[in-house]
Design a protein around this ligand. Sequence first.
Ligand code: SF4
Length: 353
Amino acid sequence: MSEACFSDALLHWFDQYGRKDLPWQQNRTAYRVWVSEIMLQQTQVSSVIPYYNRFMERFSDIELLAAASADEVLHYWAGLGYYARARNLHKAAIQVVEEWGGCFSESFEEILSLPGIGRSTAAAISSIAFKKRQPILDGNVKRVLARYHALEGWSGERRISDKLWQLSDKQTPNERVDDYTQAIMDLGATVCRRSKPLCDHCPLERCCQAKQHGLTNQLPTPRPKKKIVEREKIMLVLESSEGLFVEKRVSSGIWGGLWAFPLVDDAEVAVEWFESQGVAKTSLAWLPKRTHLFTHFKLNYQPVRGYLKNPSDCVMEAHRGVWYKTATEPAYGFPAPVKRLIKEYEDNNEQNG
Ligand code: SF4
């Protein structure tokens, strides 16, 4: 199949079956496309939609996003994961407002220069929002191209990634680039799925090399297996009549910039910390261990709860934390495991009247 046939077949399929009613496809602006592309990195469309709608209700334009506090932006992102995306989105909005007068640039190089925007995301914004011919290479597109051309090798290797970019460039048409970009991403997400691709419904089936050689299960070549690193932590849940003690984490590392319960490395340090706040070791409640998966490691954490009868100011000064009074407080960005513990605490309080 020639390049033109490839894109024609895809566009024909898109006209019939492509998704055209996604929230970011309505009132299409560079800002709306940009936010959607960042949210869609590593996250499926169905998970993104409710977050996207909520985010857009609050930050309907770039000026509103730039004017918000980082905390509030993280609050609207909380639950989507990969929080660096939200911090970069906010930084980029400030840059666009301060340096470009709030107008999103149409230049591919300038879009690429913004924090958190890589080559494929810049290309997607450029082609979808401004109809400029730019090849993209997100996870879905890599899968379609690797299978269609029966390209072996892990895409994290430079040689393979360069080859995929070349193929993507070769297949990208000169016309209807916005639809083509959406079409190839859609095909990867809905037909050329990671497992059990629906080849019988694929417009590329006739010439797909993986299909012809029975390689759809082997391709794309997965990342070589690495042993998952595990980290052990104790999560310190200090309660008082003032609420729950939470502190803002430094911007780098686990849950950077989010609010969380303090984390320490072992039980001895946990007991010392509670004792330094005036909470006796014997009154501590050790909850069962839990696990939270990050991309590169597994966090095993054990929450330990202690009740402080007289909340003292020196706790705040030492740790720059706050007492979080749940429902009455303004928005904080909490990571999912902390949110869950807060919810359990609220449910408990409700049950105990
Ligand atoms: S024929 Fe199958 S493997 Fe090939 S591109 Fe289509 S869905 Fe993917």
